[in-house]
Ligand binder design. Structure first.
Ligand SMILES: CC(C)(COP(=O)(O)OP(=O)(O)OC[C@H]1O[C@@H](n2cnc3c(N)ncnc32)[C@H](O)[C@@H]1OP(=O)(O)O)[C@@H](O)C(=O)NCCC(=O)NCCS
Length: 198
């Protein structure tokens, strides 16, 4: 399935499909936030991981066109503040996907990522028709753990040495929500102050 381009907004935040003309601005943010992002960044085992934003954006767009994922930019006032990607989209008897994200350090703590995850989870379930959305987080990543906690994602368990991050295989804790956990939608539930997933 080829997904149409996405544009989702709430308050000051907009999520939109990534495009090749984002490369320069994105590269600036990635360079500027190097030390903030490095310890949480996915790496390729056995290769020298130099920053090639153009190749990365091209491959994200190709991945989106293949129907495997939705690579999105997080924007505030027309400025790129981070990225949020849906990956591993599968339909049929699994109907599931994963969400990953980062935000520039100077925009951290404004609830942008938490709102973005809520918006995107609703999109995955209500528009794409997925049954489940998961987020995998290193147990050391307190800020990211707060994102799923604030949204009431359910802890499913630890996947040992699951993803290659910052040069080694790292354990990840897996959190998920299913569509029947969210009769009112995740953004509405979050805004109402509830995090009541059993
Ligand atoms: C994890 C991350 C995406 C959260 O984004 P965010 O937009 O700041 O999310 P929120 O504003 O909802 O804040 C989430 C938590 O981050 C922590 N936080 C807030 N400001 C922070 C700052 N300046 N520095 C570090 N942590 C901070 C707080 O614990 C906050 O929880 P709280 O709302 O209960 O105070 C962001 O910290 C980040 O990009 N980190 C580096 C990359 C990364 O870890 N990606 C995720 C991999 S799983």
């Amino acid at each position: 399935m080829v997904f149409p381009s996405v544009r989702l907004s709430h308050g000051e935040l907009t999520l939109r499909s990534i495009r090749m003309r984002d490369v320069k601005a994105l590269e600036r943010e990635l360079m500027f936030n190097r030390s903030w992002l490095r310890q949480w960044e996915a790496t390729n085992p056995g290769t020298f991981n130099h920053l090639d934003t153009k190749a990365a954006v091209r491959s994200l767009i190709a991945y989106g066109r293949s129907g495997g994922g939705l690579p999105l930019i997080m924007e505030v006032g027309g400025q790129i503040v981070g990225q949020i990607n849906v990956s591993g989209i599968t339909f049929g008897s699994l109907s599931s996907a994963s969400i990953g994200y980062w935000v520039a350090e100077r925009f951290a703590g404004r609830g942008l990522t938490t709102t973005a995850v809520a918006l995107l989870t609703d999109y995955c379930m209500r528009v794409l028709g997925l049954h489940r959305v998961e987020i995998c987080i290193r147990p050391e990543n307190a800020a990211s753990l707060r994102v799923v906690e604030k949204l009431g994602f359910r802890f499913e368990g630890r996947r040992e040495r699951y993803i290659h991050i910052n040069g080694d295989w790292r354990d990840h804790d897996c959190f998920a929500l299913c569509v029947d956990d969210l009769p009112e939608g995740l953004l509405a539930r979050y805004l109402s102050g509830k995090t009541n997933t059993p």
